[in-house]
Each structure stands twice: as C-alpha cells, then as structure tokens.
Write a protein of this length. Structure first.
Lengths: 119, 219
C-alpha cells in the first residue's frame, strides 16, 4: 500500500552505499522481505523502478527473497514454519511462542559495476 | 563488486521512533498509538476518555488523518492541547510526523499522549512512532473475521477495544469465533468489549490507561 515510501527508504540507503564509488551503476539489489512485513514484492519492484529513474540505481534488478513466518516454541523448543499466522505451537499447542522470522524488510547486499573505486 | 549492507529499510523511521521514545521517557509521557478502521470509533472513544480523565490527568492528542481537521476540532472542543496532522495521502503516521506534531505540544505538561492514527487496518501496524503501546479499535459492525484478514495489526497491538457492542443484537457477529481467532493470532492480546453509546466496558479501558500512566511516571 505504501510501497513508494518504502522504495524511497530503500533508494536512500542504496545511493548512500554507492556514494564512495563515484557514479558506479548499481546492477543488483538483494532484499529480504518477510511474509508478514505487509510489503508486496511486485509493488515494491514497481515503485522502485519508478523512483530510481535517472539515478545510479535506475537499471538495478531487485532480487527479493521472501522469508517465511517461523515461530519458536519456548515450551518444547520446536521451530516451525507456519502459513497461517497463528501464534500456537503446532507440536505442543503452547501459546508461549515467539516469531523468529517473517517481518523482515532488509537490504542484504548490492552489486555495483566494477572499475569505479573510491573518490 | 558486491557490497554487504544488511540494513533495515525502515531504519530511518526506526531511528526517529527511538528518539521519540527517549524524549517521551524523559518527559514521562505515556504514549498510546490508537489504530483501527475508519468508523471503528477511535475519536469517540477518545472523547469519552478525555471527558472522564482530564480532571485528574493532563492529556494531549495528536490527530492523524489524510485530510480534514474534523477530528481535531472535536477533541479541541474538550479544551485539551491538540494537533492535527494531515498526511495528504500517506496511509499511516510515521515517527517523523509524530515528532513534528509533538513540537507544538511539548511546552505543555503531559501525562498521557494519545496519537490517533490514520483509519486503516493495514499500514499503521508497520510503523513505530515511539509509542509505549499500540491499541487497536475494531467494531462489531466490521465483522468477526478481522483477526485472520489483518493479522499484523492484531499481532502488534497490546490491547483491542471491540467497540459498538450495543449493536450486537442486530448483527450476526460470532463473539466466540472472533475471540478465538484473535487469541490464535496474538495470545497476549487483551480484548475489552466496549460501547461508547451505553458506556459498557469503558471503565476497564480507563483503568488500563491510568495504570499505564502511573507506571510511566514511576520509571
């Protein structure tokens, strides 16, 4: 819904990281987006494509790894991936569970053109 | 060449939210981020809250809407410090907006700051603003399937006010199913059934708030 705002945040980080490499084009950006982050990968790609026009990241390919929702049960120690966001251990039915993945919205790494080093 | 980044994309909002938290901690202001659909009853709950509490607690409000100052006018009529933020299209308040809004309020001594977020069951859940707690309001007229349809909002909230219960006799709202689904999505979510029309359940809400204000003052 607000993928444009998120794309702006992403672009800011990317352009900041690319700054020391004076003008090098950003080729690829790897993101980790959790299934419960509320962000739709396709919408984010579209938004980023629009707002990066004319800049160093304009041709960058966004590679999005979708991270599943995983919970850890503090009762039996089990770790489970869940499709439906129920905070109940599927093994022992305890509600003493903690979400350990699924809400990520991270930039993992980026690849820039070789040959432009330092400024 | 590859550059390892490993950063939260929302780090800018997180940073300001943490700064807001520190500021509110210094000033001992208990901050409630109130979220819910348009029409769930957020502003009316706030009116009842202010009417009940303002003689013993110093309350201020930040109102968030896409447009219009209607809600802020309603609250300002209760003669408490109020700021209206119009996002002009953004579907949620973020920490920068709240920081800016608070600037107009910070000369006041405040015990309780209620931030009424933009009416929306999706986006506000994703953005910390520096609050102590997230409270969501949903009304029985919206249907009993909301926990499964909007899980993130239910997961990040500490308290849910299930509002407009005076209308239950006219609706097919399955209370058992609603409570059961809400519990599955967030076993720690406290649910209070309320009606601003009859006043049912509001005393529990007021007590909950007073407790929160008290604990924040003691820190």
């Amino acid at each position: 819904m607000h993928e444009f705002a998120i794309a702006q945040g992403l672009l800011k980080i990317v352009e900041c990281e690319a700054l020391p490499y004076a003008g090098a084009k950003v080729l690829r950006i790897k993101l980790r987006v959790g299934k419960m982050s509320g962000v739709m990968p396709d919408a984010l790609k579209f938004a980023f494509e629009v707002i990066s026009q004319g800049g160093v990241a304009m041709d960058a390919c966004l590679e999005i790894e979708e991270i599943p929702l995983r919970v850890r049960c503090h009762h039996c120690g089990g770790i489970f991936a869940v499709d439906v966001p129920f905070m109940i251990c599927s093994h022992c039915q305890s509600t003493d569970v903690e979400m350990i993945s699924g809400r990520e919205l991270e930039i993992e790494s980026m690849e820039i053109e070789d040959g432009n080093q330092g400024s | 060449m590859e550059i390892k980044v490993v950063k939260n994309i929302l780090e800018a909002n997180e940073m300001i939210a943490s700064q807001n938290e520190e500021l509110f901690a210094q000033k001992r202001v208990f901050v409630v981020n109130m979220m819910g659909s348009p029409g769930a009853g957020k502003t009316t709950v706030m009116e009842r809250t202010i009417e009940h509490m303002k003689d013993r607690h110093r309350i201020a409000v930040i109102e968030g809407d896409i447009a219009s100052s209607r809600d802020a006018e309603r609250i300002a009529a209760l003669t408490i410090p109020t700021v209206q933020i119009n996002t002009g299209g953004a579907c949620h308040l973020d920490s920068t907006m709240v920081r800016e809004g608070y600037k107009s309020l910070e000369s006041n001594l405040i015990d309780l700051l209620i931030v009424e977020n933009v009416g929306n069951l999706v986006c506000p859940a994703e953005f910390r603003i520096g609050e102590d707690v997230k409270v969501m309001i949903t009304s029985v007229t919206e249907g009993d399937d909301k926990p499964l349809k909007y899980p993130l909002m239910f997961q990040v909230s500490s308290l849910l006010l299930l509002n407009k219960i005076d209308l239950l006799p006219y609706l097919d709202f399955d209370m058992e199913r609603f409570r059961s689904d809400a519990f599955k999505v967030n076993p720690r979510l406290e649910v209070m059934a309320t009606s601003c029309k009859t006043g049912d359940g509001l005393d529990n809400w007021f007590r909950w708030l007073v407790e929160g204000v008290g604990k924040k003052r003691e820190r």
